[in-house]
Design a protein around this ligand. Structure first.
Ligand code: C2O
Ligand code: CU
Length: 474
């Protein structure tokens, strides 16, 4: 296996602001077309002897086109499936109507090869979101089926540069192809998930991001990896955190600590660029012993403005979330078990009690409350069923040796308790990392009717049983 740091020059440059933007293809047809199909992409540029990588992407690229809207816009996307297997699109973090949520077996039938499906919904929140396949995600996401979706504020805060970066972790062979033998392997399922050996930023290895001294930038970051928890550092720069999972937070400097992004999570950073004109500064991924340079700020020779004339950056206006009423909340306990070095003697699976041995033969190694989810969710009981507008608390206990990035569809939540300690005004999120042995309670108002998945976004864990759903009745 090639080393994660086995990079050899070959630096890609891209115009980072905005990226590609899809527009309706034909006049009169309001639908943007996303065709899921096999293609090739220059992921492994810089890896000696590697050619283009065979990927599955939207409209032939990895990531797919950046979809950009304004808050309140209607999104109309026609998914065309030219893959050899069924697929769907999930709009991660967006509070969509349930029928558009893209979960095969729960909210729609999977879109068969040769067929298409029209997604049509309104985007109620501004922020940094992403879209991705939700069918055989452990394979289809690993092959490249994802893209960013940006929703602009009613009055977008003004920046000189708005840069959106999708960070992905690939497991490539020495000739730069996706390593296929281990896709969905039981080993990966029972450990951290599919960890890769090759990091890309917008589908390129170690790109240069062109910037200028004195600019104020908004840097949107998304972790689109199957399983790797990223830890990002910005040496010689002083970013401030402005939003998590799309929802604004009061501005807070990172103060030298790395930004932790679990799979599925996003963050918006804002800051002034104060490096030297003409210089190049690496951005670091620091979860391993050696920092990995994953991209560079390449400063132009000319400065944008004098550092003495920089105006302060303000917090973004908060997103609108209904108030939590904890006194009348319905609480659902959720105990996670299983995985390597964990406990799991057996579990309900597909409506039947199965022994550990039977489960493992199907690649199922995790359970929540004694239920190991079915890949199509159709035989699984809901974690909880509530009437619309009920405040729900999910009190999670991670009784496993592994971290889990728990993602709720259709709603945003906040952490209200961690290991017995009450937490006030935690950020609104859609994905929360729960450490081994940790107990984390989240709360949200179930104001969006329908069947909403709640699962681990280490997608091998999801495939191996870590999913449940919440029924919100109208
Ligand atoms: Cu980003 Cu259910 O997923
Ligand atoms: Cu997990």
């Amino acid at each position: 296996m090639i080393s994660r740091r086995d990079f050899l020059g070959g630096v890609a440059t891209f115009a980072a602001a905005g990226g590609l933007q899809s527009r309706p293809a034909a006049a009169g047809d309001p639908f943007v077309v996303l065709t899921a199909r096999p293609d090739e992409a220059p992921l492994a540029e810089g890896l000696q002897g590697a050619g283009k990588t065979r990927i599955w992407g939207y409209n032939g690229s990895v990531p797919g086109p950046i979809l950009r809207y304004r808050r309140g816009d209607r999104v109309r996307v026609r998914l065309k499936n030219e893959l050899p297997q069924p697929t769907s699109i999930h709009w991660h973090g967006i509070r969509v109507v349930n029928a558009m949520d893209g979960v095969p077996g729960l909210t729609q039938p999977a879109v068969l090869p040769g067929e298409s499906f029209d997604y049509d919904f309104v985007v109620p929140d501004a922020g940094t979101f992403w879209y991705h396949t939700h069918a055989r995600t452990w394979e289809q996401l690993a092959r490249g089926l994802y893209g960013l979706l940006i929703v602009d504020e009613d009055e977008p805060p003004v920046f000189d540069r708005d840069i959106a970066l999708a960070l992905d972790d690939w497991r490539l062979t020495e000739d730069g192809q996706i390593e296929e033998e281990s896709l969905g392997s039981v080993h990966d399922r029972a450990h951290l998930g599919r960890l890769g050996n090759w990091l890309t930023v917008n589908g390129r290895s170690r790109p240069e991001i062109t910037v200028a001294r004195g600019e104020r930038i908004r840097l949107r970051l998304a972790n689109t990896a199957n399983a790797r928890i990223l830890e990002l550092a910005f040496p010689d720069h002083s970013p401030m955190l402005a939003a998590l999972d799309g929802s604004p937070v009061p501005l807070q400097p990172l103060n030298g600590s790395p930004l932790i992004l679990a799979p599925g999570q996003r963050a918006d950073l804002v800051f002034h660029l104060k490096g030297q004109a003409g210089a190049r500064y690496p951005l670091h991924e620091v979860s391993q012993e050696q920092p990995l340079e994953f991209a560079y700020f390449a400063y132009a020779e000319e400065e944008m403005r004098d550092l003495g004339s920089l105006a302060p950056i303000a917090s973004f206006p908060p997103a609108k979330h209904p108030p939590l009423d904890l006194s009348s909340a319905v609480t659902a306990d959720l105990v996670m078990t299983g995985g390597a070095m964990g406990r799991l003697d057996g579990a309900m699976h597909g409506g039947v009690m199965r022994s550990m041995k039977e489960l493992a033969a199907k690649g199922i190694v995790w359970a929540m409350n004694g239920v190991a989810a079915d890949p199509d969710h159709s035989n699984d009981p809901p974690l909880v069923e509530v009437a619309r507008d009920t405040t729900v608390i999910i009190d999670m206990v991670n009784d496993t040796r592994w971290p889990h990035a728990m993602h709720l569809h259709g709603h945003h939540f906040r952490v209200i308790r961690r290991d017995g300690r009450a937490i006030d005004s935690a950020p609104w999120r859609d994905t929360e990392l729960v450490a081994p042995d940790e107990r984390v309670a989240i709360a949200f108002v179930a104001d969006n009717p329908g069947k909403w998945l709640f699962h681990c976004h280490m997608v091998e864990h999801h495939a191996a049983g870590m999913a449940t759903w919440i029924n919100v009745t109208a």
